[in-house]
Write a protein that binds this ligand. Structure first.
Ligand code: PEP
Ligand code: MN
Length: 346
């Protein structure tokens, strides 16, 4: 339930609404807006007496949030969320943000080379896993903490922002210190203790859709992050399992306009994991931009044939440069623009 205050409602009037909500045994969340403030009730079980709130001074209307997710819904917050990152990079506004880099951090030379090449091509954010969720325990698991140090070095030397995956609460704390975005992978979309830890972190979170998750489940997982106080959440469509094994996953680009309608949170698309095949990544990245994605995440490697993970879906550097040109042209047609690299030195 959402209590929308009148334009010009006074602070004591807002405080009164909060006091009544607390008196009813619920929690209140104040949302200052450009036009008017609103107070949300969280943790309610549908038995709140709206009449008690409607009559209070300064209250304009009481809106029932009909969806099971609350704070992530557009009913709760009609304006789109813009996640602000260092160096003037913003996800969820007019800009289309490109996150690019290898699947995994492999060694210093590889990640520094990747950082330079993605920056030169115009990407704002470098991706690369220090901890890797692999289907097989015998596959390369990532360098762990030393990998995170290498990402920090790449950030310092080139000025690219960093997005990297956390697999557990301990990882969240380390990544929150060194990186700009904490990624939660598809396999962990419903790891609720991880979501709670990331929800308490003071860094934006990129939440990937689980490979068999519905859009409602994705939004409910995002709700965990907001419920813990982290409102800087970016969603990511990365393909779902299908009956057809021609591609690694079925990239559901419909999720982009669907999520934009249901939620105020930004959503990006990952055509690399979404297709699993290098030659399918470029057309689907173009399609994602055309579909209105707030960004794309693309795997690119200085030497894909020697990659320790996901080489077959990693673009060659020159392919990535070409994709950047195409993404800029497509973005322009729909009144957007590809974000420039961050201005954080380097
Ligand atoms: C990744 O981005 O490297 C990754 C493991 O992706 P996903 O969680 O979507 O499989
Ligand atoms: Mn990968």
């Amino acid at each position: 339930m959402l209590i929308v205050m009148r334009h010009g409602a006074t602070e004591p009037e807002i405080q009164r609404v909060i006091a009544v909500i607390r008196d009813m045994g619920y929690e209140a969340r104040v949302m200052p807006g450009a036009q008017r403030s609103a107070v949300g009730i969280v943790g309610n079980d549908g038995r709140v007496d709206a009449a008690r709130l409607e009559g209070l001074p300064g209250v304009q209307e009481v809106i029932q949030v009909t969806k099971p997710y609350k704070q992530v819904s557009r009913e709760w917050k009609p304006e789109s969320t813009v996640v602000h990152l260092p160096g003037g990079v913003a996800i969820g506004g007019t800009d289309v943000v490109v996150i690019a880099g290898p699947c995994s951090v492999e060694n210093e030379r590889q990640i520094l080379e990747a950082a330079r090449l993605v920056k030169e091509a115009g990407a704002a954010i470098l991706r690369g896993g220090a901890w890797k969720p692999r289907s097989s325990p015998y596959a390369f698991q990532g360098l762990g903490k030393p990998g995170l140090k290498l990402l920090a070095k790449a950030r310092e030397e080139t000025g690219v922002l960093i997005c990297t995956e956390a697999m557990d609460a301990e990882g969240v704390a380390w990544i929150a210190e060194a990186a700009d975005i904490i990624q939660i992978g598809a396999r962990n979309m419903q790891n609720f203790s991880l979501l709670k830890a990331a929800g308490r972190a003071k860094k934006p979170v990129l939440l990937k859709r689980g490979m068999s998750a519905t859009i409602e489940e994705l939004l409910l997982s995002a709700e965990y992050l907001l419920a813990e106080g982290n409102h800087d959440v970016i969603l990511c469509e990365r393909g779902v399992r299908s009956f057809d094994t021609t591609t690694r996953n079925l990239l559901d680009l419909t999720a982009i306009p669907v999520v934009h309608k249901l939620s105020h949170l930004p959503i990006i698309a990952d055509p690399s994991h979404g297709t699993g095949l290098r030659d399918k990544v470029i057309p689907m990245a173009r399609a994602a931009v055309a579909a209105g994605a707030d960004g794309i995440m693309v795997e690119v490697h200085p030497n894909p044939d020697g990659a320790l993970s996901d080489g077959a879906q990693s673009l060659f550097p020159e392919q990535f440069t070409q994709l950047m040109h195409e993404a800029r042209a497509i973005a322009e047609v729909i009144g957007r623009r590809v974000a420039e690299p961050a201005m954080i030195g380097g």
